[in-house]
Design a protein. Structure first.
Length: 317
């Protein structure tokens, strides 16, 4: 086209900007990277990412944030696979790599198939699929064999699909069973039934403790009442301390889930420890002729819990 003066209408775009912004795209790669890191590294919600960009003067819709998140994953995967020669060089310097295969999923969701080096922890590949079937394993293992060659050995869980694909693609390579998955399978087989019974029974028994905890907190919130004595406040604070020790589970457990972490059993163990301290406090109050009714209620509830024969039998298992 030409303007009224006869000049041609040509748009000149700087080359360095073309390298920063994909063709036909509205936003540069830096925006895509920023969104991807916030979404997948920092775990931010889409709406929070949108607000952050708005604060930077970048006006973008929530749908665009989602699209850039997906685009970030595609770019990340492409860069990772293009880096196969560098990864291979790293593994060669250490004598090779150990192929560790794992899969995980949440209820009613796709399975995540994960492939990593057992020595360095470097993720080699990861895909999602409706089912952890042989074909998905075969496709990924073929790609890994092309880029990285044969592993020193293979470690996987008890799944038959990955074992079949691995044995086909890497004949003669030692294939070991993952100790974690083996121990988990054994633990589930041994503990699942008694633990389920114990957990169900504990849920019923603990309701009264929850009710006492709520009552103590409500009474403490009213402790500013001028008619409430300092002695009463001290008594409530003492009970609150014991109750919080019972319900405090911070820092406990390995984070590996059942059967390595037995939350109800750990709770019962804390009840036993706290019960001993509560009884000592009750005896001391009796010697001082002090009556702390919430503490006596806590002592009674804990003793009832610990005296339950069915719970004791299951706990001993």
């Amino acid at each position: 086209m030409a303007c009224d003066l006869g000049h041609s209408q040509i748009i000149l775009e700087p080359e360095h900007l073309q390298q920063l912004v994909p063709k036909y795209a509205t936003f540069g790669l830096d925006v895509t990277v920023r969104i991807g890191l916030q979404r997948f590294w920092e775990g931010k919600r889409v709406v929070d990412i949108q607000k952050d960009l708005e604060n930077q003067g970048i006006h973008i819709s929530e749908n665009s944030v989602i699209n850039h998140s997906i685009r970030f994953l595609a770019y990340f995967l492409a860069v990772h696979r293009e880096s196969s020669p560098q990864l291979k060089a790293i593994f060669q310097r250490s004598g090779g790599y150990i192929l560790q295969i794992d899969s995980s999923s949440e209820e009613n969701s796709q399975k995540l198939l994960l492939f990593l080096d057992g020595l360095t922890g470097i993720i080699l590949d990861a895909v999602t699929s409706p089912a952890a079937d042989y074909e998905h394993y075969r496709i990924v293992l073929e790609r890994l064999k092309t880029f990285l060659g044969n592993p020193l050995q293979i470690v996987s869980d008890l799944g038959k699909a990955e074992a079949k694909a691995a044995d086909l693609l890497f004949p003669g390579v030692l294939h070991r069973l993952c100790h974690f998955h083996f121990l988990r399978a054994v633990g589930v087989a041994i503990l699942q039934t008694p633990y389920d019974s114990f957990h169900t029974l504990m849920k019923k028994k603990v309701k009264k403790l929850w009710k006492l905890r709520k009552t103590v907190y409500e009474m403490l919130e009213k402790s500013t009442d001028c008619f409430r004595s300092e002695l009463t406040n001290k008594a409530l604070s003492e009970v609150q301390l014991f109750v919080e020790r019972v319900f405090d589970s911070k820092g406990l457990g390995s984070g590996l889930g059942f059967p390595f972490d037995l939350g109800s059993v750990e709770f019962y163990t804390r009840c036993r420890l706290v019960a001993a301290s509560v009884q000592t406090s009750v005896q001391l109050n009796a010697e001082l002729l002090v009556v702390n009714r919430p503490l006596l209620n806590l002592d009674r509830l804990l003793q009832e819990l610990l005296a339950d024969p069915e719970l004791n039998t299951l706990y001993s298992l």
